[in-house]
Design a protein around this ligand. Structure first.
Ligand code: CP
Length: 339
């Protein structure tokens, strides 16, 4: 585990080509991270949380590094927390959004990325409506690339902060029954969490109308012998799914991505799958309620649950800063191995 005093030293100015800590240059999803790598990121986040609890929330660790956040889709939590994380680590952080940039004049993703790299970006944090956009960038850039959400595909830092929040409250993720309820088909948060939770040993139950469960995606992996997805259960009855749950992850209906025909009506969805206090009482007495935000209160989650005693939704946001500090640190600082 990294010690807080290590953060007090600016890291060597290595340029882009030296291997980062753990030898990884990009964070695109959790599918190719080992359990040990996830555990290292979570323990590093714990050290970062100590920094955030100080009176002066600033360490020189990434002094001289430039982080560019490039957002082609709306965001509050992810963009702001990456900015805060970079600034606490003393990096220079520049925010670019598609509106107001040359993207509006038709500049391609490739040319935009090359332009930002020419400005010596060490790390580019990208959110894009198209699944795979961060992967494309990682192929032709020397900068580190962090996926801050691509289409319906992946949102690895959200999954990491969810794991961190579970671990913080319940001590471990191993063996927990975690129920994900809602629009799993279009949720990049759900997909990254499927990797993270199963690699960390949770028992995952997916719940929602079958029209919003990515059965093809699940089947493709569940048929592989020994695959962590083999343990994932699908349950369309929310009451049965919630029985004995340690945590419930409520997912937003991604109305901007859904095509017509998935649901008869929002009212009906809310009646059948909305998480309210009566349903929550079926879970364990100390159940945690998570939601990645933004919430459709009154549709997938009742306000009394969203802001009630079991909710850790604000803590998720708070933990997002420490987790993103950990990711920036691990990618942007050179490995000491062999030095
Ligand atoms: N959870 C999440 O990605 O929130 P934002 O869209 O506000 O970044």
């Amino acid at each position: 585990m990294i010690k807080a005093r290590e953060l007090a030293k600016p890291q060597a100015q290595s340029g882009h080509t030296q291997p980062a800590k753990g030898g990884r240059r990009h964070l695109l999803d959790l599918d190719d991270l080992s359990r040990a790598e996830i555990e290292t990121l979570l323990s590093t986040a714990k050290t970062m949380q100590e920094v955030l609890h100080r009176d002066i929330k600033k360490v020189p660790t990434l002094r001289g590094k430039t982080i560019i956040t490039l957002f082609y889709e709306a965001s509050t939590r992810t963009r702001v927390s990456f900015e805060q994380a970079g600034k606490v680590l003393s990096a220079d952080v520049i925010n670019v959004s598609s509106s107001g940039s040359s993207v509006e004049k038709g500049e391609s993703l490739y040319n935009t990325a090359k332009t930002l790299q020419a400005m010596n970006a060490d790390i580019i944090v990208i959110r894009h409506p198209h699944s795979g956009a961060p992967y494309l960038m990682s192929h032709f850039l020397d900068s580190c690339v962090i996926n801050a959400g691509d289409g319906s595909h992946a949102h690895p830092t959200q999954a990491l902060l969810d794991l961190y929040t579970l671990q913080q409250h319940l001590g471990t993720v191993e063996g927990l029954k975690v129920v994900m309820v809602g629009d799993i088909l279009y949720s990049r948060v759900a997909r990254s969490n499927l990797w993270g939770l199963t690699k960390m040993g949770a028992q995952v139950v997916l719940c929602g109308p079958l029209t919003l469960i990515p059965l093809d995606f699940l089947t493709a992996y569940r048929n592989r012998e020994g695959h962590p997805f083999a343990s994932i259960e699908v349950e369309t009855n929310v009451e049965r799914a919630l029985e004995g749950a340690d945590a419930v992850m409520v997912l937003r209906l991604q109305r901007e991505r859904q095509q017509a025909g998935h649901l008869p009506s929002l009212r009906e969805y809310s009646q059948v799958y909305g998480i309210n206090q009566k349903r929550l009482a079926l879970a364990k007495p100390n159940v945690l309620v998570l939601h990645p935000g933004p919430m459709n209160e009154g549709i997938e989650i009742d306000p009394e649950v969203a802001h009630g005693a079991h909710s850790v939704i604000e803590e998720q946001v708070n933990n997002g800063v420490a987790v993103r500090m950990a990711v920036l640190y691990q990618l942007a600082t050179p490995s000491r191995e062999g030095s």
